[in-house]
Design a protein around this ligand. Structure first.
Ligand code: FAD
Length: 468
């Protein structure tokens, strides 16, 4: 009997998965497959931390499918070829998947759809990972929004997202399963050295963990979200970002669960953060290369500096600015960094050190477990000043004042920069002013003077803006 292929990609979940429901609705055996496509040009390969997450998430998905009498087939190679072959092997009459929005994937998917349709096979990409499709949210002149507040106001006047779909209770299996790769043979996990201990201690990838995390957040932290979300030493935010990046939970599930807690100020603020994610996907959809091309072309001639030593100090968390170093070490250890500190560390790289935002974006792409093709470049461009609705060019974070404001007791710094743990709150963000001097081999002096760096950045930015 012909089968339906359900091609899992950035939607590693059973609940609220329209492609899975379409496969089930076909009444034929369902073959769930994941393709590791590292060959198609124009599609970004996972970074190292994301590969770690992907390994565990695929294992979790396979286990959940087995409880339904099914399993996950793994194949590797250019998806156009691999899915075509699989469809032949199992005499598929339909292929379903969840839509992606980056140009490389969109072009590949369009080619696949065309080829299948020529072969008389139904092929459809479905909306699964956004609340609103980029083409649904338009300005009065029919174009995309470039300012977040107007975008989000427009979203809030649209019909509320539909209720999430339930997970299937069973999946019809084929008489004979096609062959599958062995997950371990993909070598997604780091080995020599295995640097992923901190990731394993911090996260549980998979749909079940995503659902628990959402419930815990809504029960314990949502009420404090507005006041707490900028304080990196507390667990005041949802930490759902990696689960969302891999589609282990859908924004529609989050929206529904938060909205049913009532339209309180905290849940509005939280939903607006999901709105930023939607805004990013709108930009990804409009841009031909959001991770490479300045959204504002006047930045194309920006005088970025080469700063190998400074870059290395930033990556390792040894800049001499405690809040920057704490953030970079949190990132390295756990694969995640608090949003406020992401802004501070990105501002430090692009404005204090004048290092190209694309270099920072690539480092985050490689080290974040939530590395996202829309949110990462959008936020980097936002901080650097070259993005849509970007921070005003003259806003240059002072890392010392930011530390004192958002980590007033120094708890976050003490956790990630233990060599400063003995300093009192008054000097923990300015160790150079502490009574008890810290030897430079223990903790470095600032690699750059912020006041001078700020003037240098303002000069360069004014030139780009044509005001200096
Ligand atoms: P919560 O505060 O609980 O927010 C809920 C969800 O809303 C998040 O999970 C996320 O999906 C979304 N969200 C929140 N803030 C933003 C934002 N500023 N932009 C887009 N979506 C947002 N987020 C990523 O998911 N992947 C990235 O690769 C990424 N790179 C970033 C790089 C820089 C330089 C900066 C400044 C921010 C980046 N962000 C990225 C956005 C933000 O920092 C994270 O989404 C957030 O810290 C995740 O934590 P949370 O799930 O606890 O967020």
């Amino acid at each position: 009997m012909p089968a339906s292929i359900v091609w899992f990609r950035n939607d590693l979940r059973l609940a609220d998965n329209p492609a899975l429901i379409a496969g089930l609705g076909s009444g034929r055996p369902v073959i769930p497959v994941f393709v590791l496509d590292e060959e198609t040009p124009g599609i970004r390969r996972h970074g190292a931390a994301s590969r770690w997450w992907l390994h565990h998430s695929l294992r979790a998905l396979d286990a959940s499918l087995r409880l339904l009498g099914s399993r996950l087939i793994l194949r590797r190679g250019a998806a156009e070829h691999v899915i075509g072959e699989l469809a032949r092997e199992c005499d598929a009459s339909a292929v379903y998947w969840s839509r992606a929005y980056d140009p490389g994937t969109r072009n590949r998917d369009a080619r696949i759809k065309q080829t299948f349709e020529k072969r008389g096979i139904a092929a459809d990409g479905l909306k699964a990972n956004l609340l609103f499709e980029p083409w649904e949210v338009k300005t009065s002149s029919g174009g995309p929004y470039r300012v977040f507040s107007a975008f989000w106001r427009a979203c809030r006047t649209m019909r509320a997202p539909a209720a999430p779909l339930p997970a299937p209770r069973t999946l019809p299996a084929p008489g004979l399963w096609p062959s599958s790769d062995d997950l371990a043979a993909w070598r997604l996990l780091p080995t020599a050295p295995d640097w992923a201990g901190g990731l394993g201690a911090t996260w549980t990838p998979g749909e079940a963990a995503a659902i628990t995390r959402l419930a815990d957040f809504l029960d314990d932290a949502l009420v404090h979200y507005r006041q707490g979300r900028d304080v990196p030493s507390t667990k005041a935010t949802s930490r759902l970002s990696p689960h969302l990046a891999f589609g282990e939970i859908s924004p529609r599930q989050i929206w529904r669960a938060a909205a049913t807690r009532g339209h309180s100020a905290p849940s509005e603020k939280f939903l607006a953060e999901l709105g930023w994610r939607e805004f990013g996907y709108g930009l990804l959809f409009q841009s031909d290369d959001l991770a490479q091309r300045n959204f504002r072309p006047e930045f194309d001639g920006f005088p970025w500096l080469d700063g190998d030593e400074a870059l290395e100090a930033w990556r390792q968390g040894r800049t001499g600015y405690p809040i920057v170093d704490a953030g970079m070490r949190e990132l390295w250890t756990t694969g995640w960094m608090h949003n406020r500190v992401r802004m501070i560390t990105a501002s430090f790289l692009t404005k204090d050190l004048l290092i190209d935002w694309r270099i920072g974006e690539r480092w985050f792409w490689d080290t974040l477990v939530d590395a996202d093709p829309a949110s990462n470049p959008m936020n980097w461009q936002w901080v650097a000043g070259c993005g849509a609705d970007a921070a005003p060019y003259f806003r240059i974070f002072n890392p010392t004042l930011q530390g004192e404001k958002f980590d007033p007791n120094g708890d976050y710094v003490r956790r990630w920069v233990p060599e400063l743990a003995s300093l009192p709150a008054e000097t923990i963000h300015r160790p150079w002013a502490a009574d008890q001097a810290i030897p430079p081999e223990i903790y470095p002096a600032p690699i750059i003077d912020h006041a001078a760096a700020r003037q240098r950045a303002l000069q360069a930015l004014r030139r780009v803006k044509g005001t200096g």
